[in-house]
Design a protein around this ligand. Sequence first.
Ligand code: FMN
Length: 197
Amino acid sequence: MRDILVGVSGASGMPLALCLLRLLAAMPDVRTHCIVSSGAAAVLRAECDAGPELLTTLADACYAADDLGAGPAGGSWWRRGDTPAAMLLVPCSMGTLGALASGATRNLVQRAADVALKESLPLVLVTRESPLSAVHLRNMLTLREAGAVIMPFSPGFYLRPQSLDDLLAQTCGRIFDQIGLPHNLGRWTGSETARPR
Ligand SMILES: Cc1cc2nc3c(=O)[nH]c(=O)nc-3n(C[C@H](O)[C@H](O)[C@H](O)COP(=O)(O)O)c2cc1C
């Protein structure tokens, strides 16, 4: 069993978080944990006309974003399984990115990501903002240097997605690659998938 913590913050991209949690729920060897920030709840309403339950019901465990005493707020929670936990922050807002880069975390999404950093455990930040200011870029560099994977939500079209669902699933596959989670969601294999002349 591998514990994967999905943090959802208030950037655009709730359909990606939904797709990710659905895919994780279908993985028998994964125990999924979920935290939804209050910013994310507002974006969920705007993008999916839904409340946090849309996401939290897909996880094996969920935690309130203001519960700074919950397991993921402490280092030992991360190492209780055979394999240490990993965190996917999908999507990651610039607000959460800035809080993490400064170390001044204010909710459980941010605190959990801060713990992953201090414990040198896998942390993937799927950022969503455009264009990026110099502050955003500096924060990304700071966090990359601290050990996080910075993965802007930036779909590739070389796998030829036929629908939005395809495109989201392919993006999830690339996120899973970053933490070594096996999947069959497509991967660029060079000339095999290139358009024949
Ligand atoms: C509909 C909507 C879309 C938003 N999209 C983004 C976005 O793509 N990127 C971003 O950094 N912030 C975005 N924001 C702003 C954040 O939600 C806001 O900064 C919030 O305070 C972030 O809080 P959190 O990081 O604790 O979730 C959006 C807000 C709303 C209401």
